[in-house]
Each structure stands twice: as structure tokens, then as C-alpha cells.
Write a protein that binds this ligand. Structure first.
Ligand code: G3P
Length: 220
């Protein structure tokens, strides 16, 4: 499973990239607003930090606007992936941009039918929003299972399933169990994945016992 970081915070991103576990980045207009920085400037910086795919979302809602914004953003770096909403106009934009060779991430997916349409439109990624489905009393993970099952039936679909709106480490684990190709993870949840109090306790107790031996490794 690939790990993308869902952030426009450069400091957080740099720190996570140091782990060697980051395969890409996703952003959206809300994350850009939280960063309080100029979109294209942040996007350029992110693309210099991460060599993998970096999703940048259009804000136009009409086809011509989406195409103009998408083509503009795609010129910023060769690893930019254009993010469009799962609307009729978004699917048309996806089809055209994909035919031009620009990878597209179709976002705001809340149903298996929508995911089927995105694959047919040539999306490089489909982004089902797990957390937001959980928020309205539906099981977000069920959607991941449905999409995995559908895409597995059609090997000619090249669309990768990118589990989004992840709110907990359990979401990441369950998305991996379901067979999602990618999880895009907020920095806070990313750190929760590798932190465990029993690991910290174990390291402290091994260190304490080791110090009692008076030995060193490779320093004599
Ligand atoms: O990748 C989409 C994600 O940023 C949305 O997350 O928590 O706003 O539903 P959330």
C-alpha cells in the first residue's frame, strides 16, 4: 500500500518525508486555506520535496474552467496530479485531461456507482471519502470493499483506489485489509501509526538493562 500525506503544511511534510515512508501528497482547497499561503507557491515547494504524485485540486466547477486550471497546474511540475470533483463536469474534465496524458484524481466519491464512472473516465485515482461517510452514519469502509470488488472484475481499469478522509489508524489498517492501493493520511494520524506506548516502554526497559551490563556495541 502506498502512503500519501494529506497536507499543505510544509513543515509537517518535511518531517514525515524523513521517515522514508511517504509516497505522495494530496491537497485540497481547505488544506490550502489552512496553510494561509499562495497555492502555486506551496504546490511548487511540495513537488520539490516529494518526487511521487502530488494532487492539486481545481476550484472551477465548469468544464472549461476545470480544464484551464488543470492544464495550468499540471505545468508546475511533472508529478502534479489534477484533482477534480466527481460531478458530470469533473468526469468530462477527467476524460479530456487523461487523454492529454495528465493523471487525474477524481475526488469527493461517496458511492460505488461514482467510482465506476471515474474508472471509465480514465481517472488515475479515485478518492472515496471514508470519514465523511462515517460522519453521516454510513460505513465508509464498505465503499472501499465495493470499489475493490468492482475494479478487480475489470483488469482494464487502471484507476487506483485512494482511501481519503482518513480519521484514525484503524481506517488505514482496514483500507489496507480491503485492498485499497493508497491511503492519504493526515500528519497527526500518520504519527499515530508508528507510535505505541508499549514500544516506548519496551525501548526504555531494554536500554536500562543494557546500561547495567556496561557494554557498548562497536565502540571498543
Ligand atoms: O483527502 C480528503 C480529505 O482531506 C478530506 O478529509 O477529514 O476533511 O473529511 P476530511
Amino acid at each position: 500500500m502506498k502512503f500519501f500525506v494529506d497536507t499543505a503544511d510544509i513543515t509537517e511534510l518535511r518531517s514525515l518525508v524523513e521517515t522514508g515512508l511517504v509516497d505522495g501528497v494530496t491537497t485540497n482547497p481547505t488544506l490550502i486555506a489552512h496553510a494561509r499561503r499562495q497555492f502555486e507557491e506551496v504546490l511548487t515547494e511540495i513537488c520539490a520535496i516529494v518526487s511521487g504524485p502530488v494532487s492539486a485540486e481545481v476550484t472551477a466547477i465548469d468544464l472549461e474552467g476545470m480544464l484551464a486550471e488543470g492544464r495550468h497546474l499540471a505545468k508546475i511540475s511533472s508529478n502534479v496530479v489534477i484533482k477534480v470533483p466527481l460531478t458530470v463536469e469533473g468526469l468530462k474534465a477527467c476524460h479530456i485531461l487523461a487523454q492529454e496524458g495528465t493523471p487525474v484524481n477524481v475526488t469527493l466519491c461517496f458511492s460505488a456507482a461514482q467510482a465506476l464512472l471515474a474508472a471509465k473516465a480514465g481517472a488515475a485515482y479515485i478518492s472515496p471519502f471514508i470519514g465523511r461517510l462515517d460522519d453521516v452514519g454510513e460505513l465508509g469502509m464498505t465503499l472501499i470493499h465495493q470499489i475493490v470488488e468492482i475494479y478487480d472484475n475489470y483488469p482494464d481499469f487502471k484507476t487506483e483506489i485512494l482511501a481519503a478522509s482518513i480519521r484514525s489508524p484503524l481506517h488505514v489498517v482496514e483500507a489496507a485489509q480491503a485492498g485499497a492501493d493508497v491511503a492519504t493520511i493526515p500528519p497527526k494520524i500518520f504519527r499515530q501509526l508508528y507510535n505505541h506506548p508499549l514500544t516506548d516502554k519496551g525501548v526504555a526497559s531494554f536500554l536500562s538493562d543494557w546500561q547495567k551490563t556496561g557494554q557498548t556495541i562497536g565502540r571498543d
